[in-house]
Write a protein that binds this ligand. Structure first.
Ligand SMILES: Cc1ncc(COP(=O)(O)O)c(C=O)c1O
Length: 443
């Protein structure tokens, strides 16, 4: 045993192929996180890093929550795993019921997955199956949006609007098209909250319907607020128009709320905040406070009912994952929902949002800052790019912040911030101070 331990070298970084990381650059100068509690990460040498990003937009209730730790431990000791195909376990039904109680509008059914990417592909498949069940099997086209991020499955990268996926992988699902993104810097710079301009961009869906014919379109999928491509806030009236056009043509509307779900915008879901209910919603991340991987798709009852036809001994939706509704994830999720409710964290985020807004907009005027966008406890601070060196300036800011004790996230030359909903005002001040100094230093 000791021999095995000796041969495993914790300082050898070569075995691991890191996800969404510049591996060679990272391994030359690693940034390691080895512990976490509350609002902080800790480096292996014990340095404190203030978490300005809730990990990856997912640790909404803060780190190391004892209630979640205990729930996971208890469930692991009671029953580690049970198959979810043709068998059930009580905690997955319990968790689905608890989620059902907080779903916006007439969303009603819960299908469990293990990640946001799986949720997206599941929602796309449910949309196809629904149309087939309704005798409209020719509806196979999906409409996504430029600058949309829907995870890394083939469905997700096809409806997503990120050019790197097209450049690196080439192959996409056939029958997809895309709406224009809603980022209009010439009209909407430094807007607080929802911009005034851009609702008319939803009308491009009418053009796509004219081009492809409604009878070929299964669903439109958008993030109500695009997170990963730089915090793009929906213009006033935009989501409402998308909803109306989808209704007019019998097209399903999918909201990808993997980031916006569970309090991030100061409401349980973006659907609630904007008062627009989709037919399907994808979530992950905050559903378990990221303590155990999990995702889910929420569906309107009508979609479920459409599939509950035919002989009762046949599987109605030929889809599922070995770990759908994993007991440990459900235990973590139930404890997470308890914390959200007991501590009123969604309301807390709403109450803090004006302070957050003032704080992030105080960065206006710092060197190279060309736009600032915010909503709930999210902000995007866009920097001008260095000539011929896109992403380099924001990367320098990220490294500088990390060395100064703050975790931020960057995409292109945009710095994204999304702290846990337990953040205190002095911690917000500290984030903005550290980030501001790093921006000033990043020539
Ligand atoms: C909107 C959205 N959809 C899907 C995903 C993919 O989630 P995962 O990384 O859990 O597969 C993400 C991840 O950030 C996301 O932001």
């Amino acid at each position: 045993m000791t021999a095995a331990i000796k041969t495993a070298d914790p300082n050898n970084l070569e075995a691991l192929w890191m996800p969404f990381t510049a591996n060679r650059q990272f391994k030359k100068k690693p940034r390691m996180l080895a512990g976490a509690k509350g609002m902080f990460y800790f480096t292996p040498d014990g340095r404190e890093i203030l978490d300005g990003t809730s990990g990856l937009w997912c640790v909404n209730a803060g780190h190391g929550r004892q209630k979640i730790v205990d729930a996971i431990a208890k469930q692991a000791a009671t029953m580690d795993y049970a198959p979810g195909f043709q068998m059930g376990h009580p905690i997955s039904f319990e968790f689905a019921s608890r989620l059902q109680a907080i779903l916006p509008g007439d969303l009603d059914k819960v299908f469990f997955t293990n990640s946001g990417s799986e949720s997206v592909d599941t929602a796309l498949k449910i949309a196809l199956a629904y149309h087939r069940a309704k005798g409209q099997g020719q509806r196979v086209r999906f409409i996504g949006r430029e600058r949309g991020y829907h995870g890394v499955g083939f469905g997700g990268i096809s409806v997503g609007g990120i050019v790197a996926n097209r450049k690196q992988f080439g192959l996409q699902l056939p029958y997809t098209d895309h709406l224009p993104h809603t980022h209009l810097p010439e009209k909407n710079s430094f807007v607080r909250g929802q911009p005034e301009h851009g609702a008319e961009l939803a009308d491009v869906l009418e053009k796509l319907v004219t081009l492809h014919d409604a009878s070929t379109i299964a669903a439109v999928i958008v993030e109500p607020m695009a997170g990963s491509t730089g915090v793009l806030i929906p213009p006033k009236g935009y989501l409402e128009r998308l909803r109306a056009i989808c209704d007019k043509y019998g097209i399903l509307l999918i909201f990808d709320e993997v980031i916006t779900g569970f309090g991030r915008l100061g409401s349980s879901f973006a659907a609630e905040k904007f008062n627009v209910t989709p037919d399907l919603m994808t979530v992950a991340k905050g559903i378990t406070n990221a303590a155990v991987p999990m995702g889910a798709v929420f569906a309107r009852k009508e979609l479920y009912d459409a599939l509950m036809t035919g002989p009762e001994n046949l599987i109605e939706l030929f889809h599922g994952y070995t770990y759908s509704g994993h007991p440990l994830a459900c235990a973590a999720g139930l404890a997470t929902l308890d914390i959200y409710r007991e501590e009123g964290l969604f309301q807390r985020a709403a109450d803090l949002a004006p302070y957050w807004e003032d704080a992030v907009h105080s960065l206006k005027g710092k060197r190279n800052v060309i736009d600032i966008r915010n909503m709930g406890l999210v902000a995007g601070i866009e920097l001008s790019s260095r000539p011929n060196q896109p992403t380099a300036r924001a990367y320098d800011v990220l490294v500088d912040c990390f060395e100064s004790g703050l975790l931020v996230r960057t995409t292109g030359d945009i710095v994204a911030m999304s702290p846990p909903l337990i953040v205190e005002k002095p911690q917000i001040d500290r984030m903005i101070d550290t980030l501001g100094k790093a921006i000033e230093r990043a020539a």
